[in-house]
Ligand binder design. Structure first.
Ligand SMILES: C[S@@+](CC[C@H](N)C(=O)[O-])C[C@H]1O[C@@H](n2cnc3c(N)ncnc32)[C@H](O)[C@@H]1O
Length: 203
């Protein structure tokens, strides 16, 4: 694990116990609600929430899709501990610790991968996208949700601080996805500057 990843892990471990009670979580849950309007899943979908935090999105998906099975993966073991203690569907949802760059998951198993407000933290986005492509079944969907400000250079990503936060334009997302074998389907603004990009894994 790089030093930056270790710093992120410590940061999120400390945030985890109060995560659901602080203002950003209210905004994140509004984003999850808007995201659902664009989600297309088979009846008995098997999905992954990458960078799942306390598991709010998977619990919401489980309500809306009664046959859905879900895995939440997060770098922070404290986030996973919170997610396990608040899991309302233990028969259908599991939460595991792991790094998005080397997921402890099998190939071609998920109908969809979700990723909300987490991609901006990744030091090696091409490696994460390769991993997303590996665990998705052919034709599966990747729902990437993160901020993008229109004043950014549309061809580049915006690095807010070295090793800190990176925000990707629609063009940068499409290019990164294509290099990993993920085809762009559409972009939608969910809330303010929060942009959903939908990809599918090539057949
Ligand atoms: C702002 S929180 C968002 C959590 C959740 N997706 C939500 O919408 O509420 C970002 C999450 O990404 C996780 N994360 C950051 N880097 C990661 C990595 N390399 N692999 C897996 N998870 C990571 C953090 O631990 C944290 O739980």
């Amino acid at each position: 694990m790089t030093n930056n990843t270790s710093l992120k892990q410590t940061f999120f471990d400390r945030w985890a116990p109060s995560y659901d009670w602080l203002f950003p979580s209210v905004v994140y849950q509004a984003i999850h609600q808007r995201l659902l309007e664009y989600v297309n899943l088979p009846t008995s979908a098997n999905v992954l929430d990458l960078g799942c935090g306390t598991g709010k999105l998977l619990n919401r998906l489980a309500v809306n899709f009664p046959n859905l099975q879900g895995t939440g993966l997060d770098l922070s073991s404290e986030m996973i501990s919170q997610a396990n203690s608040r899991n309302r569907y233990p028969q259908r949802l599991i939460f595991v610790s792991g790094n998005a760059e080397e997921m402890p998951l099998e190939n071609d198993v998920f109908d969809a991968v979700f990723n909300t407000i987490s991609f901006l933290h990744y030091p090696d986005p091409p490696q994460v996208l390769n991993e997303v492509n590996r665990v998705l079944r052919p034709g599966g969907y990747f729902y990437l949700v993160d901020s993008y400000f229109k004043w950014q250079d549309e061809f580049q990503y915006l690095s807010i601080s070295p090793g800190g936060l990176n925000l990707y334009s629609p063009i940068a997302r499409e290019k990164l996805g294509k290099e990993a074998g993920l085809n762009l389907q559409a972009n939608y603004y969910l809330l303010g500057a929060v942009l959903l990009t939908i990809f599918t894994k090539q057949l």
